[in-house]
Ligand binder design. Structure first.
Ligand SMILES: Cc1cc2nc3c(=O)[nH]c(=O)nc-3n(C[C@H](O)[C@H](O)[C@H](O)COP(=O)(O)O)c2cc1C
Length: 393
């Protein structure tokens, strides 16, 4: 599936990702933006995603919750009710009208929530009863930050119900017109709470050995693949990222263990997943460093290259990429696709800007998670429209 000659490859070389013909490799990374009022994507989302669409471009939606216990931020969209499915159709149609391809990222935050987001004000669910430490803060609906509460560990018999939530949501995503789904197994959210030995302290078949810690993710992957087909399913993991205390004592070993299982599934099925998406340890957000385990750039490159080499399929990476670093990663064969987050927030026409090597708009961090449908969301200037830079925030 990966192209064979790396030499002449750039971010603008076309790429065949299974059944999808991509015209370039600059992908919109999944990003929570808190603009889906009461969990329903509205017209603002259609404008936002359409702005970032190019013919043959590939977009991944913001984290989209699979059940009422899924959210941990204000006004994030879901895909578990009919109303949500209907609302997403308009967003997806706007993206398709521009000739782009879009996957829905399926998300459950697990313990990274707060009773205020939970049905009946209950404790959030997780693999564990340990809360996220005070190093991290939960964004509350009033815009203030609070402390993460004690979660409730899922009973073993409840886990299949959560797997079923992912399966149903994947089917809903396809009904809404999405071209596929990405399973969010990264960044300290529910699936990562099972994967990482710094969090998962279970004594049942979902805890302990790395095989047991991978079980929940792989059950989700299998259920979703069974529902919508491997070619429409992708997985995101971040084995070396400690976001929300998601530490593992052996990030490379964990990454390789997940990859080994996905490779085996692919070989059993005789079909490949769409792609594997890995977050670089160097990714930083919220003004805090999320450097994963301390290590040099060289160690990081080694980790990413080992994972890349082991995975038998399309490899996407994300985290701190500039135009130059993306070009380099593609040219060196370190990745097939590169997803861009923050630069894509502030540059709706990032693909064009990269193509002509134009200057970039700066992103406004404090508007990442605000609710205004325009400000800091759809009002970043385009190169060719020359509107005024943002000055209101
Ligand atoms: C505002 C914001 C929201 C994000 N939300 C998500 C999300 O919902 N799902 C996810 O997998 N990653 C999320 N991320 C991580 C991005 O997908 C991306 O990996 C990260 O921003 C690093 O890439 P960058 O350096 O190009 O910004 C988010 C990042 C930002 C800045």
């Amino acid at each position: 599936m990966a192209e064979t000659t790396d030499q002449a490859m750039t971010l603008f070389s076309p790429y065949k990702m299974g059944k999808f013909n991509l015209s370039h490799r600059v992908v919109l990374a999944p990003m929570t933006r808190c603009r889906a009022l009461n969990g329903i994507p509205g017209p603002a989302l259609a404008t936002y995603y359409a702005q970032r669409s190019t013919p043959g471009g590939f977009l991944i939606s913001e984290g989209t919750t699979v059940s009422p216990t899924g959210p941990g931020f204000p006004h994030v969209p879901g895909i578990y009710t009919e109303e949500q499915v209907e609302a997403w159709k308009k967003v997806v149609d706007a993206v398709h009208a521009k000739g782009a391809i879009i996957f829905c990222q399926l998300w459950h935050v697990g313990r990274a929530s707060h009773p205020v987001y939970q049905p009946g004000g209950a404790a959030p669910i997780s693999s564990t009863s340990k809360p996220i430490s005070k190093r991290w803060r939960v964004l509350l609906p009033d815009g203030n930050y609070g402390t993460y509460p004690n979660p409730r560990p899922l009973e073993t018999h409840e886990i299949p119900e959560v797997v079923e939530d992912y399966r149903r949501s994947a089917l809903n995503a396809i009904r809404a017109g999405f071209d596929g789904i990405e399973i969010h197994g990264a960044h300290g959210y529910l699936i990562d709470q099972f994967l990482k030995d710094g969090i998962n302290d279970r004594t049942d078949e979902y805890g302990g050995s790395v095989a047991n810690r991978c079980r929940f993710l792989m059950q989700v992957v299998q259920a979703v693949v069974g529902a919508i087909g491997a070619g429409r399913v992708a997985v995101r993991i971040s084995p070396a990222i400690d976001h929300l205390d998601a530490m593992d004592s052996n990030p490379l070993g964990l990454g390789l263990a997940v990859i080994e299982r996905i490779n085996k599934l692919q070989s059993d099925l005789g079909a490949k997943l769409s792609y594997l998406h890995i977050t670089q340890p160097r990714y930083t957000a919220y003004g805090q460093t999320e450097s994963g385990r301390p290590g040099s750039e060289e160690e990081e490159a080694q980790l990413m290259r080992s994972l890349r080499k082991s995975y038998q399929g399309t490899f996407m990476c994300s985290g701190g990429f500039t135009r130059e670093l993306g070009m380099q990663a593609i040219a060196q064969g370190d990745a097939d696709l590169v997803s861009y987050g923050r630069l894509f927030i502030s540059n709706p026409d990032l693909v064009l800007r990269f193509k002509v090597d134009a200057p970039l708009n700066k992103y406004i961090r404090k508007a990442f998670y605000t609710q205004d449908p325009v400000v800091g969301y759809t009002d970043y200037p385009f190169l060719n429209k020359g509107s005024e830079p943002l000055s209101r925030l």
